[in-house]
Design a protein. Structure first.
Length: 224
């Protein structure tokens, strides 16, 4: 009986995922894998509550707007002005967090690929100078927002920031580009461990940046 019940629950979850426009991909590591730089409890709440909430709200908002045929976030971002604020915020929240999880890694203190390092040095002088400026830009964000490194249409790397759950793929972004690095600077990204010490959070997160993934994104972006 227990085995039958588990099978029914598993099948029900599968059907729910099929019926939903957007769903949450598994986290690519354990909740506690980024310790001590990002604590387990923060990661669990961030992933299971905040990110999951964005997806549910996005699916609900699209259904309410009779736009259930949309299954591509890029289609939303390219025509962002045509969507209401609820869809905008939750589509951005879903994309941004999915991106964020995938550019973090338990393999601490990696380094960029030579091509990416050369691009960073060309624009910012050195990796050390780049990190200093990145931190400064992150500290300028008032309230919720994101800190990005993007590849612009002219194939340069540029630091930019967005408010709330906006991102550089949105048609009305101040600086548009292909994201290759993102850091969530919102409050829930650095509680419970950092307790509003944003500088400490922004300095610590460098230890768990997945430079292999960031470099891969960079190489893909410059060949598009």
């Amino acid at each position: 009986m227990k085995r039958i019940l588990v099978s029914i629950i598993t099948f029900s979850i599968f059907i729910i995922k099929l019926s939903a426009q957007f769903h949450q991909e598994p986290l690519p590591y354990e909740f506690g894998a980024l310790e001590p730089f990002i604590d387990k409890e923060t990661m669990e709440i961030h992933y299971t509550k905040h990110h999951a909430g964005y997806i549910k709200n996005l699916n609900d908002a699209l259904k309410s707007a009779n736009q259930s045929e949309i299954t591509d976030l890029d289609a939303i971002f390219e025509h962002i002005s045509q969507f209401n604020t609820t869809i905008r915020n939750n589509a951005g929240g879903h994309y941004n967090h999915t991106f964020f999880w995938n550019i973090l890694t338990p393999k601490i203190d990696g380094t960029p690929a030579p091509q990416l390092l050369q691009a960073i040095e060309k624009t910012y002088g050195s990796m050390a100078d780049f990190k200093i400026l990145f931190l400064k830009e992150g500290m300028k964000i008032f309230g919720s927002g994101w800190l990005w490194l993007v590849v612009t249409p002219d194939k340069n790397v540029v630091i930019t920031t967005t408010r709330n759950q906006d991102n550089p793929l949105m048609a009305d972004a101040t600086i548009k580009g292909v994201p290759i690095l993102a850091i969530d600077s919102w409050e829930h990204a650095y509680y419970l461990k950092y307790q509003n010490r944003r500088t400490d959070y922004l300095e610590a997160i460098w230890h768990v940046i997945n430079w292999e993934k960031v470099s891969e994104l960079y190489l893909d972006a410059i060949t598009q």
